[in-house]
Design a protein around this ligand. Structure first.
Ligand SMILES: NC(=O)c1ccc[n+]([C@@H]2O[C@H](COP(=O)([O-])OP(=O)(O)OC[C@H]3O[C@@H](n4cnc5c(N)ncnc54)[C@H](OP(=O)(O)O)[C@@H]3O)[C@@H](O)[C@H]2O)c1
Length: 219
């Protein structure tokens, strides 16, 4: 699988890049500034050595063009604009939004309302021909990056309207055996996934932990 990560220079994008590359995937780390992408890849190679054999830097434009599935690793505010900027290159491809829009109010996090309902829906509007999915909202960047961490276990709820987007995103998540990919229904349900992140971070602040999401049988 050729996986591209736009804005892959931040903690979430580079952590995801490292974990996917360590599992033998071809990963392209994108940036608005190719030199920044090169620096990120250099750091990953220095830290993780031969496990980073299949990772390459590039401009966001080149990465959007060459990848078979693209993840938007940009900060939340830049996610839909980045999809719009590269919409022609993303047409017909699975495009994964992992963005959570939230703000801190005192010791809590609260969701930032999005006109389209969710950032993922704004991404679909910005890149109408892309096959948009939303996933990976609740996996902490630091846990993704720590490749030797035995405790990264979690459920990744994937939402998408398009069947190919759902299948391709679940397949990408399943490359990481630590994570279980679950079908969470249509893209509209990204509203719940994105908003829940504010709840999760608030719980983490209250209890001083780094919890992620794991769904358990009720009975
Ligand atoms: N951090 C986490 O633990 C975590 C967990 C799950 C989901 N997420 C989500 O994953 C996404 C990335 O998180 P992060 O913490 O890595 O974010 P970040 O460090 O704030 O930003 C990631 C990248 O976004 C790009 N960017 C910043 N401003 C931009 C702009 N105006 N236009 C285009 N690109 C811009 C930058 O890349 P270049 O300068 O190289 O272009 C930057 O390295 C966010 O949407 C976040 O909600 C984060």
């Amino acid at each position: 699988m050729k996986i591209g990560i736009l804005g892959g220079t931040g903690p979430a994008g580079s952590g995801l890049a490292a974990r996917l590359a360590a599992r033998g995937q071809k990963v392209y780390v994108g940036s608005r500034d190719p030199a920044k992408a090169e620096a990120t890849v250099r750091e990953l190679v220095e830290r993780w050595g031969p496990r980073m054999a299949h990772i390459e830097p590039g401009s966001n434009a080149d990465v959007a063009a060459v990848a078979e599935i693209v993840v938007l690793g940009t900060n939340a505010r830049a996610t839909a604009p980045t999809a719009a900027e590269h919409a022609s290159r993303l047409a017909g491809k699975p495009l994964v939004s992992m963005a959570n829009a939230m703000r801190r109010v005192g010791s809590s996090f609260v969701p930032v309302p999005i006109e389209e309902g969710s950032i993922a829906q704004a991404v679909q509007k910005a890149a109408p021909q892309a096959l948009v999915a939303a996933a990976l909202h609740h996996i902490p960047a630091a846990a993704l990056m720590d490749l030797d961490k035995p405790t990264l276990v979690g459920d990744v709820v994937v939402v998408a309207d398009d069947l190919e987007a759902m299948r391709a995103t679940q397949a990408m998540v399943s490359v990481m055996p630590e994570l279980r990919a679950l079908d969470g229904g249509p893209l509209e349900n990204a509203i719940g996934l994105e908003a829940f992140c504010a709840v999760l971070l608030t719980v983490n602040v209250r209890y001083g932990g780094k919890a992620t999401l794991r769904l358990m049988p009720a009975g």
